[in-house]
Unconditional design. Structure first.
Length: 279
């Protein structure tokens, strides 16, 4: 009886998944494997072979490179921030976490737009530097600005999962290590980091996925000079109207994201299996 109730309860989720996940994926896959002409749609791998051209290879490489760099920067900045917050008193801790979450309530486009008056030639930074007879500096439309936008927008996705793991860590393990004579460096290396690996893996995945597919940040802060995979897909669907080629790029991006998730999951399992002792 309980099994029947459970099966009935899952029907809405199955229908929802079919309508909004499976069906769109089938449509995208269909367009990626076909070309359209006067006679209709024909099966073809032409959309994928077009991606072998050097111009698309450069876009693919640039997207992966910026996604890796932004993920690394978010980890380097986010882990210490999450660790410091986890050691704060609960009242201050909740306030700081709220300050990280509040910007996420704001529209993603507006958060990115906010950097234009800050970094522009007549922006806030150049106005300050102008008082010291410096500039105006060209701070927009380069890789550094795109990376800044990625780190700014995606840093909370790294901080929050790491903070969640660190805040729930069993303090008795640290106390036991101290009783056994471990110093702070040994405790951090052998206890804190291994126990926080699930949060690190979640953070890396949550940052890398939107970073590799973003197009708003590169469009606004890159000035259209730094086309990424997300920009290429958006251009093919909205400007050029080549849904077939745009779908092929989307499939490739999906494969890249799935591979990265599989690697992170495998690495996470390897860390858990290899954790055999304190030191």
């Amino acid at each position: 009886m309980n099994n029947k109730k459970f099966s009935f309860a899952t029907y809405p989720y199955v229908v929802w998944s079919a309508l909004f996940i499976i069906v769109p994926l089938i449509i995208v896959l269909f367009f990626s494997l076909t070309i359209s002409d006067a006679d209709g749609y024909k099966f073809s791998f032409e959309n994928f072979t077009r991606l072998l051209k050097s111009q698309y290879g450069l876009i693919f490489f640039r997207s992966i490179r910026l996604a890796f760099i932004s993920t690394f920067l978010c980890l380097i900045i986010g882990y210490p921030v999450a660790y410091i917050i986890s050691k704060m008193p609960p009242s201050k801790r909740n306030l700081i976490i709220m300050l990280f979450i509040v910007p996420m309530w704001m529209n993603f486009l507006l958060r990115t737009y906010a950097w234009l008056p800050i970094l522009g030639k007549n922006g806030f930074i150049n106005n300050i530097l102008g008082h010291f007879s410096i500039g105006p500096l060209s701070l927009l439309y380069n890789d550094g600005t795109v990376l800044l936008g990625m780190v700014y927008n995606f840093l909370p996705f790294m901080v929050l999962p790491i903070y969640t793991v660190l805040s729930k860590m069993d303090e008795s393990l640290i106390a036991a290590a101290e009783d056994l004579g471990a110093n702070k460096a040994q405790i951090f290396k052998k206890i804190i980091i291994p126990l926080s690996v699930p949060g690190i893996m979640s953070g890396i995945t949550m940052v890398f996925m939107p970073a590799v597919s973003t197009f708003v940040i590169s469009s606004l802060l890159g000035g259209g000079k730094y086309m990424l995979l997300g920009n290429l897909i958006e251009q093919e669907f909205t400007t050029i109207g080549d849904w077939n080629f745009g779908s092929a790029i989307s499939i490739i991006m999906m494969i890249v994201i799935l591979i990265s998730m599989a690697v992170m999951n495998k690495f996470d399992k390897g860390e858990k299996e290899g954790d055999t002792g304190l030191w």
